[in-house]
Design a protein around this ligand. Structure first.
Ligand SMILES: NC(=O)C1=CN([C@@H]2O[C@H](COP(=O)(O)OP(=O)(O)OC[C@H]3O[C@@H](n4cnc5c(N)ncnc54)[C@H](O)[C@@H]3O)[C@@H](O)[C@H]2O)C=CC1
Ligand SMILES: O=C(CO)COP(=O)(O)O
Length: 332
């Protein structure tokens, strides 16, 4: 058994802390927000994000970062992407180089255009860094609904350790060495989910959503491969698997925000309504910047940016996607 800390007590951090506790590990759950820690300790429930799910008494819920880090074998970073650098920066005072850092957040850093594993590496260069990603809504994982994920590390032994620590009969974990592919799939599917939600919110049908998902994974894999990822990863759990769950589930924060925007809500109104982090909004701009940097065409991601940040009419965005130049899907 291992000693593990989960950093970030939102829906995903809470669900993973419970899973790790159920796996028999010694678990701490840290949040930077003192009020959040007090509420979780008082109620042993994350009422606003995972209502009805009991947080076992053995989990040490703490606001003390030093206490959360010291003596742990693994540190799981479950804070939203925009807080990853600052959290990693705070952590480095206490981490020792044998501790494995596992990133479970999905996003990109907007200025540097770094993936989150790269941000963590940048802050804690001596630590082994892994990622865990896949179609895995906290609402279902916390109810032990069968789920599959992939643990990625360039070092197979590290990926295997992550697999061993997280896996149980309801949570199946594969390993992969394609870290960049896993991260790009996880980050960019959120932008495509916004588009799928917008289409649903407008009242378009299943045909439209299937088109967005299929052309969406093409865009994601085109950029990912240009950045060094393996094509095959985008056909896997962290690619098409996560895209399917995000574009079709009512648990999806990104899809829900998209639906509201498609119905005419402003971006801010949609974010206020969803309450939890909508990562696609933060990733959209970085994805567009990366598409320009790598000279990769990403029309759906471009239109999502137009709608989110330039107030473009959602129906006009879809129309502009439909009347683009004629293209070949495949030619031998
Ligand atoms: N919710 C889910 O089902 C899944 C979420 N993820 C990813 O996990 C990450 C976290 O998502 P959620 O748990 O859904 O978010 P959330 O919105 O439920 O939780 C956010 C949490 O971040 C922490 N936080 C807030 N401000 C902070 C700050 N300034 N510094 C450090 N920590 C702060 C707090 O503990 C807060 O509860 C995201 O990148 C998301 O894409 C990945 C897989 C599943
Ligand atoms: O990444 C996630 C599930 O795999 C969570 O993001 P969404 O809630 O937008 O689907």
């Amino acid at each position: 058994m291992a000693a593990v800390s989960v950093l970030g007590a939102g829906s995903w951090g809470t669900a993973l802390a419970i899973l790790l506790n159920n796996n028999g590990h010694e678990v701490a759950l840290w949040s930077i927000i003192e009020d959040e820690v007090n509420l979780l300790n008082d109620t042993r429930e994350n009422k606003s994000k995972l209502p009805g799910i009991h947080i076992p008494d053995e989990i040490n819920i703490t606001n003390n970062l030093k206490e959360a880090i010291l003596g742990k074998d693994m540190l799981v970073m479950a804070v939203p992407s925009k807080f990853v650098r600052n959290t990693a920066n705070l952590m480095k005072e206490y981490v020792t180089k044998d501790q494995i850092i596992v990133n479970v957040a999905k996003g990109l850093e907007d200025d540097s255009l770094y993936t989150l594993a790269d941000v963590i590496n940048d802050e804690m260069p001596d630590n082994p860094v892994a990622v865990l990603s896949g179609p895995s809504h906290a609402e279902e994982v916390s109810r032990n609904i069968p789920t599959t994920c992939v643990a990625g590390s360039k070092d197979h032994d590290i990926a295997k350790k992550v697999q061993d620590i997280f896996m149980n009969s309801d949570f199946r974990v594969y390993t992969s060495s394609d870290v960049i592919g896993i991260e790009m799939g996880g980050a960019l599917k959120n932008v495509i989910a916004l588009a799928a939600g917008i289409s649903d919110g407008i009242g378009f049908g299943d045909n439209t959503k299937a088109a967005i998902m299929t052309r969406g994974i093409t865009e994601i894999s085109r950029l990912g491969v240009a950045m060094g990822a393996e094509t095959q990863t985008f056909a896997g759990l962290s690619g098409i698997g996560d895209l399917i769950v995000t574009c079709t589930s009512m648990h999806s924060r990104n899809r829900r925000a998209g639906i509201l925007i498609g119905k005419g809500y402003s971006l801010q109104e949609a974010l206020d309504e969803v309450k939890m982090v909508v990562e696609g909004v933060y990733t959209a701009k970085a994805a567009l910047d990366l598409s320009e940097k790598y000279k990769v065409e990403m029309p759906i991601i471009r239109e999502v940016n137009e709608v989110l940040f330039k107030g473009k009419d959602t129906k006009k965005a879809v129309e502009d996607l439909m009347i683009r130049d004629k293209k070949i899907e495949y030619k031998k």
